[in-house]
Design a protein around this ligand. Structure first.
Ligand SMILES: [Ca+2]
Ligand SMILES: [Ca+2]
Length: 289
């Protein structure tokens, strides 16, 4: 049963990767029917973090890695634990994969592919071991896509205010309330030297009395893994829907980068890394063509 589940997860992952490949075909846009496949699990790791994930699991959950080895090889041969770990590492973190920036790592969640406790496995051997929620399982073998890691940001409180929808031209993402989420199932494609129409719909626990929230958007145009002050592309405050035109620079380096959207009824900060109070932070994978 476990093997089937894991294989299913792998298939879903392959589907997600295909979807990403499709999304990068210029002019190919069928967002509506693909919307259901959006993943909000986040857990997008860089190559270095994927290596750290393996080291952390080897330290904290080596039994689980052994179990994964047994599922993948369907073997009951007497093989030493160290050899099993070595083989897994060779499979997921081969020199070829590392050189291509495509290391693989295991991500964990509930069996329904949700992460209700917002629990993530470690990404460095130096991190202390934490206890995985008992109902969690390894649900997918992911391939690294982001070459850089970004500062974390999340809200202290997302009970009353959150982000319920973000649209960019034909791209729409509706979502529930979270402290932070990474929309990792699909890449948002922007056109160089054009203006894109963006809307941000805040969610409210009492929609008849919408809160006055500050909204900000940052885009790492220069792909350096940081949101410089010049990369804050929008800032406003309102109790309604935010609408603006996003001017995309004429030249942006190739590859994936990150767009961060934050709403905060506590006013927020111009610093994309400063933790927000009442609202949500959503990160989107973006490529400019
Ligand atoms: Ca949301
Ligand atoms: Ca930057």
């Amino acid at each position: 049963m476990h093997i089937i589940k894991f294989l299913l997860a792998l298939l879903l992952l392959v589907a997600a990767l295909n979807e990403r490949a499709e999304a990068s075909v210029p002019g190919h846009s069928n967002d509506t029917h693909q919307q259901a496949k959006f993943s909000e699990l986040g857990d997008l790791l860089t190559v270095e973090q994927a290596q750290g994930r393996f080291a952390w699991l080897s330290k904290c959950y080596d039994g689980l890695l052994v179990e994964l080895w047994e599922r993948m090889y369907e073997s009951t041969d007497v093989v030493k634990k160290e050899e099993k770990l070595r083989q897994l590492k060779a499979l997921w973190l081969s020199d070829t994969a590392l050189a291509a920036g495509k290391a693989q790592y295991v991500t964990f969640a509930n069996t329904d592919f949700t992460n209700p406790y917002q629990w993530y496995a470690g990404t460095s051997a130096n991190e202390a071991c934490t206890i995985m929620p008992p109902e969690y399982e390894p649900i997918a073998l992911k391939t690294t896509v982001l070459p850089r890691s970004y500062c974390e940001n999340r809200s202290y409180d997302h009970e009353w205010e959150w982000i319920s929808e973000v649209t960019v031209d034909d791209f729409t993402h509706q979502s529930e309330k979270h402290a932070h989420s990474i929309v990792s199932g699909k890449v948002l494609v922007l056109r160089a030297n054009q203006a894109s129409k963006v809307t941000i719909k805040p969610g409210n626990k009492e929609p008849e009395f919408p809160s006055y929230v500050a909204a900000r958007v940052w885009l790492d145009w220069n792909h350096n893994g940081q949101f410089e002050s010049s990369e804050m592309v929008y800032r406003s405050a309102s109790s309604g829907v935010f609408r603006f035109l996003l001017d995309v620079p004429a030249t942006v380096p190739e590859g994936l980068t990150l767009m961060r959207v934050a709403t905060d009824a506590g006013g927020g900060s111009d610093n994309a890394c400063t933790r927000i109070h009442y609202g949500e932070v959503e990160d989107y994978l973006v490529t400019v063509r």
